[in-house]
Write a protein that binds this ligand. Structure first.
Ligand code: DX5
Ligand code: ZN
Length: 221
């Protein structure tokens, strides 16, 4: 059986029917909730913040995977821990003292993630990879759902997997942006462990069936 995790991105849910969409994910074969926090500064868009995550956490019964697309994320680490977040991901490009930030996330009892923009070289994680629980490899430029997958991602995933193996790290690789049934298998073959899917899942006629089909597609990888 595949151990690939599927993390529907709530950014693509219907915010006027949020509880319905949270229950849909609860009752599906999905593994995690992927929650995108955007500040309008690090990325040219604003999504949602703490009050919404607090409400989501009341209903969600799966891992909360929060992707911070914000400047100075250190200011809010404790707040997200108190909200019940399980995996907290900060952007490499937003952290001057990444090592310190990772330790602070772990000290709050969360798993520490680092997201890499499409232009950011994988090798920049060489000296921190053993401290990172999850690398969120951006396969689109962060800020919006529904963008096209960047093909260079496959190479980056392979490079990252090689780095993880070389360093004996247990870091998971998550792919975020433009994931569909067209690229999922190739991503897992390259080394991906977690696939985020927003518009592909919530834009489908039957989101739970789409999640189920994605799991089935990956079950022999
Ligand atoms: C983009 C976000 C993604 C987004 C993915 O900045 O980080 O998580 O919700 O959406 P899709 O799957 O539609 O590309
Ligand atoms: Zn994301």
């Amino acid at each position: 059986m595949s151990t690939t995790l599927i993390a529907p991105s709530i950014l693509a849910a219907d915010f006027a029917n949020l509880q319905r969409d949270i229950e849909l994910v609860n009752n599906s074969e999905a593994d995690w909730f992927h929650l995108d926090v955007m500040d309008g500064v690090f990325v040219p868009n604003i999504s949602f913040g703490m009050p919404v995550i607090k409400s989501i956490a009341k209903h969600a019964n799966k891992t909360l995977d929060v992707h911070l697309m914000i400047v100075e994320p250190d200011r809010y680490i404790k707040t997200f821990a108190d909200l019940g977040v399980n995996v907290l991901t900060v952007h490499y490009e937003a952290c001057t003292h990444l090592h310190r930030t990772l330790q602070a996330i772990k000290a709050e009892g969360m798993q520490a993630g680092v997201a890499l923009n499409p232009h950011t070289n994988v090798d920049l994680l060489r000296d921190t990879i053993n401290d990172i629980d999850l690398v969120c490899m951006m396969s689109v430029n962060p800020g919006f759902g529904g963008q096209s997958f960047i093909e260079n991602t496959y190479d980056k995933v392979k490079q990252l997997k090689a780095l993880i193996n070389q360093k004996g790290a247990s870091t998971k690789i998550e792919i975020d942006g433009g994931v569909t049934n067209k690229n999922a298998k190739q991503l897992v073959d390259a080394g991906a462990d977690v696939l985020v899917a927003g518009s592909y899942v919530f834009g489908a006629n039957d989101p739970s069936q789409t999640i189920k089909d994605l799991k089935a597609l990956l079950s022999y990888c």
